[in-house]
Write a protein that binds this ligand. Structure first.
Ligand code: SRM
Ligand code: SF4
Length: 573
């Protein structure tokens, strides 16, 4: 076992840790000088330290990168604006909440809603002067943005659609329960954004987190096999639902997953989580809390690039984690149970739930809901929400399910879907239907290349090539991220493009389509022509040599085109 305490010895002076630790500590439980920053009329920004604190409330300061040069030339400050992310455990909202989200996006945002890979909504382009009104509008609708970003437990995700079956309903309730249990308690959100007085709960502001919160973000996912839509191996903590005799008997526990890395820095890598045991439904909240607290106490607080739980697990080992969890719980986890995944994608179109009601998964290209030319998606969903009696369920593949439709309402919904172009799942190719891209430019400060705005064009070129090769029906799972942070979980794509520089990407191949094997580097720093030219012969071989039912990711590994990536630590070596 390597040093644990050295990295985060609580008696160690904060000054020796990463500067964010001191900032969190001194922020008076995230209040900082936010009240002043929000009303400072001189700038559209908040102070640099307040910008770190707003993240804990799902609010990210950004600027429109398309306008940077123009504004610099005009000697104007950057076009500061904020991204606001909703906390929506399990991805479920009611039709009236949908209508509120839609109206707030048009009133205070850039008129679009973004469905994210963690099953929630983002507003983009919110100006500082509108932040409070937006947060208060969400609050009135029964929604909040607490811990949607920041060094805390993020939106808890689970296999989509609570109305699919009683098992799905129970899992969705669990996602909400974990989210509530691990939510920061500080009164800062109420005071700063809702402008209400907030007394500390039981006299303590943060009984779980303390003054310095977590070393980094912490992410939890719950999967219901055979669906692995949540990519359960990609999260700090995962639960795989074990169903016997039609009821949930417990959950396998997985720890130490994560995607982010830095190009050409082998000490950073994506990692898939390890299955460490099984717990009963009664224990799952305790397991979640203790696991997060293990990371709170042992995660690296000096080096933020090494501060995710995956590195704590990699450094200290699974056996250490099992013992530490058993010590805190007073008993060990039980041995893990058998499970099997079939796919990490969504099922599009209509499916019937166990109670006879229907659910329709809408394909939302790259998760962006807007009124596009000839495709008024936002307006269509607003019209749908005005009459829909069930719920909306956002998926972790950036799509949305209209859930809980009785037989009698199906025809009406079909008409609306077709009128507003929301039925594209039936028309687009499988490769487009399954593709995911992160936001990237123009809002993401970390983007090195385009993603959301470029993937549709690149896919068109692939579609033509696949049709020519007789692979038009191949549901290859393609993912694109504008930088190696991996927000589209690209290292789980059968083909993935990860931004390196404007117009240049690393190409990775060979993940499984069940989300349990990472891909491997195939080409580095290449533009569109080289991407297409280098993949054509591979796809050609796939067309000729694939075995029945063999996925593209499995094929490229079997054919020796890339190596099977068994351990994240080998990813960059
Ligand atoms: Fe992410 C940072 C967008 C899911 C790994 N992510 C960001 C920021 C906030 C950029 C920043 O720090 O300035 C991006 C905002 C862009 C914008 O303009 O909206 C951003 N991440 C997103 C979203 C919106 C992508 C999307 O198009 O759907 C996803 C929002 C999820 C949510 O609702 O909470 C999103 N990000 C992810 C995922 C996937 C997941 O969680 O399942 C990952 C990989 C899993 C993981 O965390 O390991 C991910 N985002 C990162 C990282 C790398 C973290 C690391 O361990 O190194 C960063 C950078 C950071 O935190 O420093 C990041
Ligand atoms: Fe931004 Fe990179 Fe995340 Fe894409 S992967 S949203 S470019 S941080």
């Amino acid at each position: 076992m390597r040093e644990t305490r050295e990295r985060f010895d609580r008696s160690r002076p904060l000054a020796e840790l990463h500067s964010n630790e001191q900032l969190k500590h001194d922020s008076h439980f995230l209040r900082g000088t936010l009240q002043e920053s929000l009303i400072d009329p001189i700038t559209g920004a908040v102070t640099a330290s307040d910008a770190l604190l707003t993240k804990f409330f799902g609010i990210y300061q950004q600027d429109d990168r398309d306008l940077r040069d123009e504004r610099r030339r005009a000697k104007l400050e950057p076009r500061y604006q904020f991204m606001v992310r909703v906390r929506l455990p399990g991805g479920v909202c009611t039709p009236s909440q949908w209508l509120a989200l839609d109206s707030l996006a048009r009133r205070y945002g850039n008129g679009t809603l973004r469905l994210t890979t963690r099953q929630t909504f983002q507003f983009h382009g919110v100006f500082k002067r509108n932040l409070r009104a937006l947060i208060q509008g969400l609050y009135t609708a029964g929604l909040d943005t607490i811990a949607a970003c920041g060094d805390d437990n993020r939106n808890v995700i689970c296999t989509a659609n609570p109305l699919q079956s009683p098992v799905h309903a129970e899992v969705s309730t669990l996602a909400r329960a974990i989210s509530s249990r691990l939510m920061p308690r500080t009164g800062a959100y109420r005071e700063v954004f809702l402008q209400q007085h907030a007394a500390p709960v039981n006299g303590e502001e943060e009984p779980i987190y303390g003054r310095t919160y977590l070393p980094r973000k912490f992410k939890i996912a719950i999967a219901v096999p055979p669906q692995n839509d949540v990519d359960v191996y990609a999260h700090d903590l995962g639960f795989v639902t074990i169903v016997e005799g039609g009821r949930i008997v417990g959950y396998n526990v997985l720890v130490g997953g994560g995607m982010g890395m830095t190009h050409r820095t082998p000490a950073t890598f994506p990692r898939l989580s390890d299955v460490v045991g099984f717990c009963t439904p009664d224990d799952v909240l305790t397991v979640a809390e203790h696991t997060m607290c293990i990371q709170r106490d042992h995660g690296d607080r000096k080096d933020r690039s090494h501060a995710r739980f995956k590195y704590t697990i990699e450094d200290l080992g699974i056996d250490w984690f099992r013992e530490e969890l058993a010590r805190r719980m007073g008993r060990p986890l039980q041995p893990a149970r058998e499970f099997r995944f079939e796919s990490n994608g969504d099922h599009f179109g209509w499916v019937r739930g166990e109670d006879g009601r229907w659910h329709y998964t809408i394909h939302v290209e790259q998760g962006r809901l807007a009124d596009f030319e000839g495709k008024p998606l936002l307006s269509g969903l607003r019209t749908l929400a005005s009459s829909h009696q069930g719920v909306f369920a956002v998926t972790t593949n950036q799509n949305v399910i209209i859930a809980g439709v009785p037989d009698k309402d199906r025809a009406g919904i079909d008409r609306l879907l077709s009128d507003y172009g929301l039925d594209s799942a039936q028309r687009v190719t499988p490769i487009r239907r399954n593709a995911i891209a992160c936001v990237a430019l123009p809002t993401c400060a970390l983007a090195m290349a385009e993603s959301e705005r470029y993937l549709p064009q690149l896919l068109a070129k692939f579609e033509a090539m696949l049709a020519e090769l007789g692979l038009g029906d191949a549901g290859i799972n393609v993912r694109m991220s504008g930088c190696p942070n991996g927000c589209s979980r690209p290292y789980l794509g059968e083909i993935a493009f990860v931004g390196k520089a404007p117009g240049k990407y690393n190409v990775y191949l060979g993940a499984s389509h069940t989300g349990d094997r990472l891909n491997a580097l195939y080409r580095e720093n290449v533009g569109e022509t080289e991407i297409l030219d280098s993949l054509r012969p591979v796809l050609q071989r796939y067309a000729q040599e694939r075995m029945s039912g063999e996925g593209f990711g499995d094929f490229v590994v079997r054919a020796g085109i890339v190596r099977a990536m068994l351990h994240g630590r080998d990813f960059q070596t």
